[in-house]
Design a protein around this ligand. Structure first.
Ligand code: HEM
Ligand code: HEM
Length: 187
């Protein structure tokens, strides 16, 4: 079992659980978003929109917590690799975090511009972050969807890189995020 906190050697339990929970949540939220918009107007649609928004806000909070946790913990060192790969890894991780924030935020802007209330799981009323504006609503909707596809594309490259480390370079990068680290390079 990995320790709770991250170290220079390995990812800790909190970061690992949040990483894989985020992966599941992103896939679920995307499926839900595409499904609910295809439904005819009715009770199911209204309920699924409410669920999508509440889960999306929860995911935003989780990512913000993850970033705070990241600030408070050292990070495992990457194995030796060419400079361009190191830069690509950092850039893609930064971009993934940026998208994980921009997608729910654009949803929130869309919802505010449509002048709909936002009540987190029927419990906490969240403020509007934009004034009512049909043009902004449409724009935020386009941005919301486009950023989602961009996230999936980058995540696909990211996952391929993780598999390449595991299968080709035979290093510890993926094992570490699976909680099996800190493994030395496999023989
Ligand atoms: C990370 C979390 C989220 C993901 C991955 C996500 C993804 C998606 C996707 C793929 C769609 C369908 C495509 C589209 O019509 O835009 C969608 C629709 C939608 N999302 Fe999200 N979303 C997230 C968070 C949110 C949040 C926090 C809100 C509002 C507070 C929100 C509000 C909406 C709305 C209102 C629609 C329907 C747009 C329409 O009727 O055309 N989403 N979302
Ligand atoms: C929606 C899908 C995904 C998202 C949004 C995502 C996001 C991220 C982010 C932001 C990091 C950087 C962590 C940090 O430095 O704080 C990361 C690391 C990592 N991810 Fe993902 N990920 C996704 C899917 C996957 C998949 C499918 C795999 C495996 C096949 C994977 C394997 C890894 C590994 C091994 C690391 C650690 C890299 C390192 O040690 O620097 N990820 N991921």
């Amino acid at each position: 079992m990995p320790p709770i906190r991250d170290s220079r050697e390995r990812w800790g339990l909190v970061s690992i659980l949040i990483h894989w929970l985020t992966v599941l949540a992103i896939l679920f939220m995307g499926g839900l978003g595409l499904y609910m918009t295809s439904l005819p107007i009715g009770a199911e649609k209204v309920q699924l929109y409410a669920l999508h928004k509440s889960l999306g806000i929860s995911l935003l909070a989780l990512v913000l917590f993850r970033l705070l946790w990241r600030l408070l913990n050292p990070r495992p060192a990457l194995p030796p690799m060419p400079r361009w790969q190191r830069i690509a890894a950092h850039a893609s991780h930064g971009l993934l975090y940026l998208l994980l924030i921009a997608i729910p935020l654009s949803g929130w802007v869309m919802n505010s511009a449509a002048n709909f209330p936002l009540v987190w799981f029927g419990l906490i009323e969240l403020p509007a972050i934009a004034a009512p504006d049909p043009g902004l609503r449409a724009l935020a909707g386009e941005v919301h969807e486009a950023l989602y596809w961009l996230l999936l594309l980058i995540a696909l490259v990211h996952a391929s890189a993780a598999l390449k480390h595991h299968l080709h370079d035979r290093d510890h990068v993926l094992r570490n995020m699976l909680g099996l680290g800190p493994a030395r390079p496999r023989p």
